[in-house]
Design a protein around this ligand. Structure first.
Ligand code: F6R
Length: 612
């Protein structure tokens, strides 16, 4: 959803020239959008802009983004909302006299009114973007204030919508001005230079000392100074908000893998181990269980992959804790929020903690007094910040657009929660709960085996799969959200149409599409009753000529039913998302690569969707 970055430095104090720092930072933010990019610098009392349509590396070759000179430089990588991807719509945007340059992540809702107002005052616009109103507005207000910060502040007060905004100006060449509402922004603190960026990975190479900017904060950075105030409330003592991030630079690099997605699939054993040890010590779980015990209704919401984790949780809660959970897709919150009251609990799952649909759902429920538990991968992100209790996965930064390690770690955390809830309700004895937790403790080792057993098999199967146009992903019970996750992975990166259904539902319509050689993947949890049910569904599909691909344990009773078999170790069914998802991730990955697509940058998609 657009990535922004800014560097302001003293001469000779930075590890690379600031232009190179901005370029390298943009590369690390590319997962947020990649249809166009650009940089702007204050250089010898002028604003220099270099920007264009295309991916960052192509623009670097064509235009030399990193060659821009100067000590105050901002950059942007775009995921288009207002105005098609084009050279002119690429950020940064400037005013009429080229005295101010702005990069923006978010949407300015009242840009049409502001644009009309500014046109009536003689401003000339060059792009179709909402963002371009900002430099013109600041230019207009500067005429009366004669002070960049005051003009910027007044402009921010006139803007409605969501924004992480960075502005530079020829009038104050050693400052970068910023403001934030509903889109993420972070300040990085270093010796002799300071930075701003949308996300932590962009800064890891330069500093681990960060401040997460809160909504309605506005201010500026210089090479040696930070100034922050809360709009209409006064100056912020920002030192209270400084923290050191635990992620390493390694986490934000491909470490020899051809794509982040493959690296992140392989990181799952480590991510599961860290998450397991983290959750074991986390007092927030006991607090969350207390809220669940007192709740009249429990809701769970999220978007995309995180929703699949939420759906899995709702099934597990019904099985273990006998508590039905209302699960819904975050963007549908308006249907569900009116049914909630202060006696209820909402669980919001978001790896980034910034997804706008999920944040809006959270806020709508909070207005009714609902208590909120967040499950996130990013400390201090918006969703945990606005929740009553936050539980974290410890997957490390996820840069591939398709979620992988964050899904399996989310399901680990949510399993832990459901087990603890069931134990507190007396549906599981201490020993039974411990036994299940022990399985979670083994998940790291098991995931490592599964990846080793299935990597080359997925590669081999992708030869055939990559020539398919459609596929069904079917399962029953606890396996259904895993089938949904597998289908989402396949469609979003390989562009093969893949749909998931509860297997029993497939005969109520979907089976009409099945013909000779149609791929049907079955997620087969290690559970005798489910295997029996799935056998009937496999036979229905086989009778129509489908090719059956099964993800099933070593001693599955369905072995002879499968045309292709992703073999996984026999474990407890509670681990189904952790055991059955990696083969599906690997198949989607290799199929996308076979079809000539970049799995890290699927078309039309961006990670962290900060618009509704
Ligand atoms: C799919 C994917 C998306 C995200 C969704 C929610 O591979 O990554 O569907 O799961 O955009 O993102 P978070 O979890 O950051 O709220």
């Amino acid at each position: 959803m657009c990535g922004i970055i800014g560097v302001v430095a003293l001469p000779g104090k930075t590890p690379y020239r600031p232009g190179v720092m901005v370029y390298r930072g943009l590369k690390r933010l590319e997962y947020r959008g990649y249809d166009s990019a650009g940089v702007a610098a204050v250089y010898h009392d002028k604003i220099i802009v270099v920007k264009g349509k295309g991916k960052i590396d192509d623009l670097e070759k064509k235009l030399g983004l990193s060659s821009v000179d100067g000590l105050t430089i901002i950059g942007h990588t775009r995921w288009a909302t207002h105005g098609a991807p084009s050279d002119v719509n690429a950020h940064p945007h400037t005013d009429c006299k080229n005295e101010f340059a702005v990069v923006h992540n978010g949407i300015i809702q009242n840009f049409r009114e502001l644009k009309q107002l500014l046109i009536s005052k003689g401003h000339v616009f060059r792009s179709d973007t909402d963002t371009e109103v900002v430099p013109h507005l600041v230019e207009e207000l500067y005429k009366t204030t004669g002070d960049v910060y005051q003009a910027f502040k007044q402009a921010i007060k006139m803007i409605k919508g969501s924004y992480a905004l960075i502005l530079i100006s020829v009038h104050e060449p050693d400052k970068i001005f910023f403001a934030k509402k509903d889109s993420p922004l972070i300040i990085g603190l270093a010796e002799g230079f300071n930075l701003l960026a949308s996300d932590i990975p962009a800064l890891l190479e330069y500093t681990k000392k960060i401040i997460t900017v809160r909504d309605n904060w506005i201010g500026y950075i210089t090479p040696k100074e930070v100034f922050i105030e809360e709009l209409d409330k006064g100056v912020i003592d920002w030192r209270k908000y400084v923290r050191i991030v635990e992620w390493s630079l390694e986490d934000a690099t491909k470490s020899g893998y051809p794509h982040f997605m493959l690296k992140e699939i392989h990181e799952q054993p480590r991510a599961l181990k860290d998450t397991f040890y983290g959750i074991r010590e986390d007092v927030a779980v006991a607090e969350a269980v207390k809220l669940l015990l007192d709740a009249e209704k429990i809701y769970v919401t999220a978007a995309g992959t995180s929703y699949h984790a939420g759906y899995y949780y709702s099934i597990l809660s019904a099985i273990l804790a006998r508590r039905p959970i209302i699960h819904f897709i975050a963007s549908e919150y308006e249907v569900y929020a009116p049914t909630s009251s202060e006696k209820d609990v909402l669980i919001v799952i978001s790896q980034s903690g910034e997804t706008m649909d999920s944040l809006k759902a959270l806020r709508a429920f909070k207005e009714n007094g609902v208590k909120v538990i967040a499950v996130s991968n990013v400390i201090d992100s918006a969703i945990p910040r606005e929740s009553d209790i936050s539980i974290y996965t410890r997957a490390g930064p996820e840069i591939g657009v398709a979620a992988t390690k964050t899904f399996t770690t989310q399901t680990l955390v949510l399993s832990w929660l459901a087990i603890s809830h069931a134990e507190a309700l007396g549906y599981l004895t201490r020993n039974e709960a411990e036994e299940l937790r022990d399985w979670l403790g083994k998940s790291s080792e098991i995931a490592s085996k599964i990846i080793a057993w299935n990597e080359s098999y997925a590669l081999k199967l992708s030869e055939w799969f990559s020539s398919r146009g459609n596929a069904y992903y079917l399962s029953r019970g606890i396996g259904v959200p895993v089938a949904m996750e597998g289908a989402l992975k396949m469609k979003e990166i390989s562009y093969i149409h893949a749909e998931a259904y509860p297997a029993g539902e497939s005969k109520h319509g979907p089976i009409a599409l099945v013909e000779e050689n149609y791929p049907v993947l079955f997620v087969i949890p290690n559970h005798p009753e489910l295997e029996k049910l799935i056998l009937g569904n496999i036979q229905e599909m086989k009778a129509r000529g489908a090719v059956i691909i099964g993800i099933a344990s070593e001693d599955t009773s369905l072995r002879d039913q499968l045309d292709y078999w992703f073999k996984i170790p026999t474990t407890h069914w509670i681990l189904t998302p952790i055991t059955h998802t990696p083969p599906l991730q690997l198949l989607a990955y290799h199929t996308a690569v076979k079809r000539g697509y970049d799995p890290d940058k699927p078309r039309n998609l961006a990670k962290t969707v900060t618009v509704e």
